[in-house]
Design a protein around this ligand. Structure first.
Ligand SMILES: *Cc1c(COP(=O)(O)O)cnc(C)c1O
Length: 380
C-alpha cells in the first residue's frame, strides 16, 4: 500500500487532483486471485479501469482480458499483438473475450477479422452474429441471481434458464459454434451464494444441452463480481474461493476450462485519489470543504457505481462531521454529506481516498471545464 508520505511527495511534484495507481497492488491482486482460484483464468474486465499501463502490467502477470467495445478491444490487442502469427487464433481466445451480449453490426464486422470469443443472450443477436461475425466462438450469457450485489446486472443481460438450451441449439442450427456459458452475479457481490447458485445453474444447462444432443461446450465463464475489501463487512476472498472451487470440482470435469472476468477486484485497491481543499464554508451550521476533484471526475463511482468512498486527511486534528463538495457548479457534485474530518483544515490542505481504482477515473468527464485528475503510475 502506498504510504501517506509517498502520496504527499507525489503531490509536491505533480499537484492535484491526482489519481495514483500502484502496480505492486495490481500484481498482488492478480497473484491472490490465481493463488486461491488456481483453475480459473482471470480475464481482467477492462471497463473497471482501461488505462493501458494497467492492462500491460496485468498482461505481464499472466492475465487475459474481458472487453466490451472496439476501443477496449484495441487497447488490449495493441499490447498482445506481438504474439507469434501461428498461435494467433488460440491467443485471441486465450487472451480476450468480448463479453458484451449486444453488439452493433459494424462492431461484429470488425470483430470477425479476429475470430473472437463473444457472448450472446438472445435470438436477434444470433442472426446478427451469423450475418456479420460467423467466425466467432460463442458463449451464452445466463441470467443469474444478483441478490445482495452493490450493482445488479441481471435486469439488462442474460438468457433465462428456460430458454438457454433452445438458444444454444438455435445458434448451432445456424452453423455457429457455442463454446460454453457465462454469467455475472452482480458487481461487488458479498452474497457468496450467488456464485454457488450460478455455477449450479450452469451445470444444469450443460447437462440439458448434452441430453438434447449438443456436447461441444468446453468453457465456463464465471464472470466478475468478486468483491473488493472496501470495509470489514466484506468477507475474505479465500472464503469465496473455497466455495467456488468446491462447486467447480463437484460439477465440472477438469477438461472444462474455467474463465472469470474480475474487474473491481483487480484495480479497486490499486487506486488512490488525492485532492486539495480549495474552499471552506459553513452551511446550515455544517462545515463544508470544497475540493478540486468530484463526482464528475475521479469520484464518478459515487453516481455510476453506487460506491461511497471515505476521505482521509494527512493533517490530524479534532474532527467533526463535514460535507465535502466537488469543484463544479452542479449541486449533484457532492462527495460526501457525512465525512468525519478535522475541522481545522485550511485552503491548500489535502484529502485522499483509498480503494478508488475501479469505476472511477474510467467515467471521468470534462464537465464545467475541469479536466480529469492526472494519473500517476507507481511501482510500474
Ligand atoms: C462489468 C463486467 C465485469 C466486471 O465486473 P466486476 O464486478 O468489476 O468484477 C465482468 N464481466 C462483464 C460482462 C461485465 O459487464
Amino acid at each position: 500500500m502506498i504510504t501517506a508520505e509517498a502520496l504527499q511527495q507525489l503531490v509536491e511534484t505533480h499537484g492535484t487532483p491526482l489519481f495514483v495507481i500502484d502496480h505492486d497492488e495490481l500484481r498482488n491482486n492478480y497473484a491472490t486471485f490465481k493463488k486461491y482460484l488456481p483453475r480459473v483464468q482471470a480475464y481482467y474486465a477492462v471497463k473497471a479501469n482501461p488505462d493501458p499501463a494497467i492492462v500491460q502490467t496485468l498482461f505481464d502477470a499472466g492475465a487475459s482480458f474481458d472487453v466490451a467495445s472496439m476501443p477496449e478491444f484495441m487497447v488490449v490487442y495493441d499490447i498482445i499483438k506481438d504474439m507469434p502469427e501461428n498461435e494467433r487464433q488460440e491467443w485471441i481466445w486465450d487472451k480476450i473475450v468480448y463479453a458484451n451480449p449486444v453488439k452493433a453490426n459494424e462492431t461484429l464486422v470488425e470483430l470477425d477479422r479476429y475470430k473472437p470469443l463473444i457472448t450472446f443472450d438472445n435470438r436477434e443477436e444470433i442472426s446478427k452474429i451469423k450475418q456479420y461475425a460467423p467466425h466467432s466462438g460463442l458463449m451464452l450469457r445466463l441470467r443469474v441471481s444478483n441478490t445482495g450485489a452493490m450493482v445488479e446486472l441481471s435486469s439488462k443481460f442474460g438468457a433465462g434458464p428456460g430458454e438457454a438450451v433452445d438458444l444454444i441449439l438455435e445458434a448451432v442450427k445456424e452453423g455457429l459454434t457455442v463454446e460454453g456459458l457465462s454469467f455475472h452475479v452482480g458487481s461487488q457481490t458479498t452474497n457468496f451464494e450467488n456464485f454457488v447458485q450460478a455455477i449450479n445453474l450452469a451445470a444444469h444447462i450443460f447437462r440439458e444441452a448434452r441430453e438434447r444432443g449438443y456436447d461441444k461446450m468446453n468453457l465456463l465463464d464465471i464472470g466478475g463480481g468478486f468483491p473488493a475489501p472496501y470495509d470489514d463487512s466484506v468477507k475474505p476472498f479465500s472464503e469465496l474461493a473455497r466455495k467456488i472451487n468446491a462447486e467447480l470440482e463437484r460439477l465440472f470435469p477438469p477438461e472444462i476450462e474455467i474463465l472469470a472476468e474480475p474487474g473491481r477486484f483487480m484495480v479497486a485497491t490499486a487506486g488512490t485519489a488525492v485532492s486539495t481543499i480549495i474552499g471552506k464554508a459553513v452551511r446550515d451550521g455544517k462545515l463544508c470543504y470544497y475540493v478540486d476533484d468530484g463526482v464528475y471526475h475521479t469520484f464518478s463511482g459515487i453516481i455510476f457505481d453506487h460506491c461511497q468512498y471515505h476521505l482521509e486527511s494527512f493533517k490530524k486534528g479534532p474532527t467533526q462531521i463535514c460535507t465535502v463538495f466537488g469543484p463544479t457548479c452542479d449541486a449533484l457534485d457532492v462527495i460526501s454529506m457525512a465525512e468525519e474530518l478535522p475541522y481545522n483544515l485550511e485552503r491548500g490542505d489535502l484529502l485522499y481516498s483509498r480503494n478508488i481504482g475501479a469505476y472511477s477515473g474510467a467515467s471521468s468527464t470534462w464537465f464545467n471545464g475541469f479536466p480529469p485528475a492526472k494519473v500517476i503510475h507507481v511501482n510500474r
